[in-house]
Design a protein. Structure first.
Length: 319
């Protein structure tokens, strides 16, 4: 069964190489942590073993490199480690020239450890000293929410969206708030309000998905045609559009709207995987293999099995 990669409606969505740290305190984590060596060999560690023996050594190695330390903190938070990262977060504030990401990271670490006062003070300090305030405000809204300050949380969240209407976590979160409040109509109302911010494109993607889910394909395609010039170099947007179109059987639109704009270097492999899936469904073996071979050349060890399965499906196409 083909699976199209789509942006899921989960607060705190995070990818390991994203610059936005996962702030979902209810996320599910795996019982084992998988690592790869330079030759692509996979190693699995129990969470206990990794947290007690492997992670401290990785933190030590990254101690004086802010980029490496931040990346390790972000991936470790995604893996569900919290208390193990407090010293690393404090160290990042001391050495990182990107003060916004350092204070954001420390704030999220405190939040996930339920140290809400420390999280609030860290994020407020970051807002006072940093010029880039977007993710600081979004995470401060999460802290206020955890403190039960619903109105203050919502107002802070909206301030963050006004600064950047294309934050995935913030847009998904405020959409969930309004959907719980008044169903689909209220959800679409807030998405349309966000879409009126001149730089917005993410809210439009969620409106389009709603159209697709309600079999209003023409309306969804019109939105995509309008915003595609804005999002050609936005990996999340291209993945979501191609995935949603493919999921709803609009493979022709994937090939006519997305494939001509596809650039692996700008949109990453996920959009490419969706194009391959559309090629398999539409029996376009030539383009499918072209995109597959480009992704294969990335030597992503975590994609080896999936690439092999896609290759098998492409080979089964009778031309």
């Amino acid at each position: 069964m083909l699976i199209f990669l789509i942006l899921l409606p989960i607060i705190g969505v995070s990818q390991r190489n994203n610059t936005e740290i996962n702030n979902d305190t209810n996320m599910q984590v795996d019982d084992f942590i998988k690592l790869y060596d330079a030759k692509g060999n996979e190693y699995s560690y129990s969470r206990k073993d990794y947290g007690e023996n492997i992670l401290p050594d990785q933190i030590k190695k990254a101690w004086n490199n802010p980029d490496s330390l931040y990346s390790l903190i972000a991936s470790s938070l995604a893996d569900g480690f919290n208390k193990e990262l407090i010293d690393a977060g404090q160290r990042l504030i001391l050495i990182d020239k990107d003060t916004s990401r350092a204070y954001t990271a420390m704030g999220v670490i405190y939040l996930k450890n339920n140290q809400l006062n420390e999280a609030e003070q860290t994020l407020l300090k970051g807002i006072n000293v940093c010029s880039a305030k977007v993710y600081l405000k979004t995470n401060l809204a999460k802290v206020y929410d955890a403190q039960g300050l619903t109105e203050k949380s919502y107002n802070t969240l909206w301030e963050s969206i006004e600064l950047d209407p294309n934050q995935d976590n913030a847009v998904i979160w405020i959409g969930a708030i309004h959907k719980e409040k008044g169903g689909r109509e209220e959800y679409l109302r807030i998405m349309r309000k966000i879409s009126e911010i001149p730089s917005s494109w993410r809210a439009q993607l969620w409106i389009a998905r709603d159209y697709l889910d309600n079999k209003e394909n023409g309306n969804a395609v019109k939105i995509y045609q309008t915003i595609l010039p804005k999002v050609t170099n936005e990996p999340d947007a291209m993945m979501m559009i191609s995935g949603d179109l493919g999921k709803h059987g609009l493979n022709s639109e994937v090939m006519t709207m997305i494939y001509p704009l596809y650039d692996l270097n700008k949109q990453d492999y996920r959009t490419g995987l969706n194009i391959i899936a559309a090629c398999i469904d539409s029996k376009n073996k030539t383009i499918g293999f072209k995109v597959l071979n480009e992704i294969r050349a990335l030597n992503r060890y975590d994609l080896i099995a999936y690439i092999a399965q896609l290759e098998n499906w492409l080979n089964e196409i009778k031309e």
